[in-house]
Design a protein around this ligand. Structure first.
Ligand code: KG4
Ligand code: ZN
Length: 359
């Protein structure tokens, strides 16, 4: 019998619930974004996010069950994001999941949000371990070798801003609306990436760590120089700045991925694969550069559909099933964790992300 799980996700600014089967069938996946609620503040406001999750989670769960034509009694378990993330939101999800588990007697499985992202290529493509994973979103930026549902090795990541965060801040500096990634990449289409010489942070240092906050500062300086000289920005200036920024991010990601790939390939995996997840994986320049890196190493490139790359509860339900099959389950003492590195040996990182989801 294939297991069917309800998944609940509320760690950042998406309220989500989904019903998923162990064979990868997604019976339903409901995601309610909160972009409009935070728009006036230029970033996610934790208290507003937590309230919205508390108000909307039960509605999302009901809709997910309805759309899947499934009753609580038909389920085999309840998986919930227990961290890392904004604590108020994570707590809302964990409390709801505990209530449902207590009322139904169903097993409760706490899931690491990052494991949800990292296991998505198994949900969508049945990818086998070990594979190399690059998480790039507004809150995450790391390389992982996925060896098992609870066995990850972190090879490196951003020491400051996540790339999506850098795209969003760049958009803000140039007066473009949020979320900035799609806007900046659209502007970049008409721009000359060579007009401004932006840095390639940490590229001269060994290893797979990255840094994106300096890039944004360099861009700010170029913008201010133009404003001082001309009294403002012309359309072409903005396009050229966006193109230069996007090129720099793509260069850094491509080179660091090449290094991570070499470390991974040294382990001689039987079906080598590079998988990406996170909203930044939607960027076509970055995507094609990563594809080239994978091809050069003789590895398959896997990019799940965007709705499963960005925050959703289907990945949480699936990761819950994977953990449950290994005997993982939680009791009423399950805690919500704001920080929760995937790699057990991880050294804690300095600096908190905009979305609080770094680990
Ligand atoms: O995975 P996601 O939906 O949310 C989390 O951060 O968890 O990723 C959203 C991020 C935002 O920062 C957004 O600006 C960025 O992904 N993004 C992009 C593109 N589309 C979305 N960044 C660059 N290019 C894009 N086309
Ligand atoms: Zn996420």
């Amino acid at each position: 019998m294939t297991l069917t799980f309800l998944g609940i996700e509320s760690s950042c600014d998406d309220t989500a619930a989904a019903v998923v089967r162990a064979d990868g069938t997604i019976l339903s996946s409901v995601v309610e974004g909160q972009v409009a609620l935070h728009a006036a503040f230029g970033g996610v406001v934790p208290e507003i996010a937590a309230r919205a999750h508390a108000e909307r989670l039960d509605v999302c769960v009901e809709r997910a069950l309805d759309q899947a034509d499934t009753r609580l009694a038909d389920l085999d378990g309840i998986a919930v994001t227990a961290g890392p993330g904004l604590i108020g939101g994570v707590l809302s999800g964990v409390m709801l999941a505990k209530g449902l588990a207590a009322a139904t007697g169903l097993p409760l499985v706490g899931v690491n949000h990052l494991a949800g992202h990292a296991l998505t290529p198994r949900l969508t493509d049945g990818l086998e371990f070990p594979y190399l994973m690059l998480l790039i979103s507004g809150g995450h930026c790391q390389f992982l070798i996925a060896r098992g549902p609870e066995d990850f090795t972190r090879l490196g990541g951003s020491i400051d801003d996540a790339p999506g965060e850098a795209f969003d801040k760049t958009a803000k500096l140039l007066g473009l609306p949020q979320p900035g990634g799609p806007q900046v990449s659209r502007e970049a289409e008409g721009g000359d990436p060579a007009r401004f010489a932006l840095p390639r942070p940490l590229l001269d240092r060994p290893g797979c760590d990255m840094s994106f906050s300096g890039l944004k500062t360099a861009l700010l300086r170029e913008r201010d120089k133009l404003v001082a000289a001309q009294g403002g920005l012309y359309r072409q200036d903005r396009a050229d700045l966006c193109a230069a920024f996007q090129q720099a991010v793509a260069d850094v990601l491509a080179e660091k991925t090449r290094r991570a790939m070499a470390l991974y390939m040294a382990e001689a995996p039987s079906r080598p694969a590079l998988a990406v997840a996170g909203g930044v994986a939607a960027n076509s320049l970055i995507r094609s550069r990563l594809q080239d890196v994978a091809a050069a190493a003789g590895a398959e490139f896997i990019a799940p559909p965007l709705r499963l790359c960005t925050d959703n509860a289907a990945m949480i339900a699936f990761a819950g099933i994977e953990r449950f099959r290994l005997g993982g389950r939680d009791g009423m003492d399950l805690t919500a964790r704001p920080r929760w590195p995937l790699d057990r040996d991880a050294i804690p990182l300095v600096g908190a992300g905009r979305k609080g989801a770094k680990a």
